[in-house]
Ligand binder design. Structure first.
Ligand code: NAD
Ligand code: DAU
Length: 331
């Protein structure tokens, strides 16, 4: 695959994948990104001639078609990605996540291009805290939020385009990512940047909700593995056995940043807040031989904290607006 089109490649995980491609393949990479509030040009700067950034909308066929026509593969990360935003205004989630995916699928169908679809474990809904089961590829879809329902809708479009039109697609559903370049609206960077600002971390509800954390680099290695070795039409779950409840995660951040681990505050809970996500990634590990490398959450978190300390100029301009929005919701 010489030419890879990465949609959403200026966002958190997409930019990590662009770096991963540059470091681990010889591919030419074209990033198609609308440069929404969540994008950052700096995250893909300095990568030389092998990376080209095109600013455009995945829901615009006139932009998408010629780019897909030139590509050997499309890896589709672009999305509206934040659950809290989807509760305030679902509209861009429907347009980007569903119409955008439809537009890409029609283009890969037209030009016969290999397609990999990035999705989330949230399409499966949530689990009880004491449920011994984890999500697998055969767990029924049961999304809770406007965000996760639009991601579920986009996954179903992909499945239908594979079956009805023979599109050469794979799908991956990954758990919660952490690492550098994550927007400060998200849980971990929000708390790190709050503490840098002398503000207490904000925990939704009691903080017992569990997320299954994976480092963004491990997500990228899994996606490249699926792109190269995955079976067409198959879905692969990506996870690194990283279940933690939010309370323990906040306490870890407080401790690593030199604070008393009880120095946080409870704020209003998220409407419809999913209780627990947990991924069983046996299929990816056994069939494609993938293994995660960044399984020490404490050292991954320490590196992430250091990155936000070192890169204050990147996030500083966004902080006041993000916090004002949360404050207006008692969060
Ligand atoms: P992000 O919000 O950081 O980045 C999304 C990127 O998509 C941004 O650069 C944005 O400008 C771009 N984009 C948005 N709308 C667009 C449009 N209409 N046309 C072109 N570009 C557009 O998101 P992220 O956290 O990096 O997530 C990337 C993908 O991974 C999403 O599909 C998300 O559902 C999925 N995912 C995320 C996680 C996670 O923990 N963050 C976990 C599993 C799956
Ligand atoms: O599971 C994968 C999903 O992970 C991705 O599909 C989404 O794109 C990504 O945003 C993430 O969704 P979450 O809703 O799990 O992530 P978020 O960072 O928003 O919140 C993580 C947990 O922390 C969740 O239980 C809500 C809680 N939280 C969040 C914020 C912003 C807090 O307790 N306090 C906060 O300030």
């Amino acid at each position: 695959m010489k030419n890879i089109l990465v949609t959403g490649g200026a966002g958190f995980i997409g930019s990590n994948f662009v770096h991963y491609l540059v470091e681990n393949t010889d591919a030419q990479v074209t990033v198609l990104d609308k440069m929404t509030y969540a994008a950052s040009k700096e995250s893909v700067d300095g990568l030389g001639d092998r990376v080209k950034l095109i600013v455009g909308d995945i829901a615009d066929a006139a932009v998408v078609d010629p780019l897909v026509a030139e590509a050997d593969a499309v890896v589709h990360y672009a999305a509206e990605s934040h659950n809290d935003n989807s509760l305030n205004d679902p509209s861009p989630f429907v347009t980007t996540n569903i119409i955008g995916t439809f537009t890409l699928l029609e283009a890969v169908r037209k030009y016969g291009v290999r397609y990999h679809h990035i999705s989330t474990d949230e399409v499966y809904g949530d689990l009880e805290l004491d449920d011994p089961e984890r999500f697998t590829e055969s767990t029924p879809y049961n999304p809770s939020s406007p965000y996760s329902s639009t991601k579920a809708g986009s996954d179903l479009l992909v499945r239908a385009w594979v079956r009805s039109f023979g599109v050469e697609a794979t799908i991956s559903n990954c758990s919660n990512n952490y690492g550098p370049w994550q927007h400060i609206e998200k849980f971990i960077p929000r708390q790190i940047t709050n503490l840098i600002d002398g503000v207490k971390p904000k925990l939704y509800g009691a903080g017992l909700n569990v997320r299954d954390w994976i480092h963004a680099n491990d997500h990228s290695s899994a996606v490249l593995t699926i792109l190269e070795k995955g079976a067409i039409g198959e879905t692969y779950l990506i996870g690194a056995d990283g279940e933690k409840n939010n309370l323990d995660t906040v306490k870890l951040i407080l401790r690593l940043m030199g604070h008393d681990e009880n120095d946080f505050e409870h704020v209003n809970d998220r409407a419809g807040h999913d209780l627990r996500y947990a991924i069983d990634s046996t299929k990816l590990r056994t069939e494609l031989g993938w293994t995660p490398k960044f399984q020490n959450f404490e050292s991954g978190m320490a590196d992430t904290i250091q990155w936000y300390r070192d890169n204050e100029t990147w996030w500083r301009a966004k902080k006041a607006e993000v916090e004002a929005k949360y404050a207006s919701q008692g969060q």
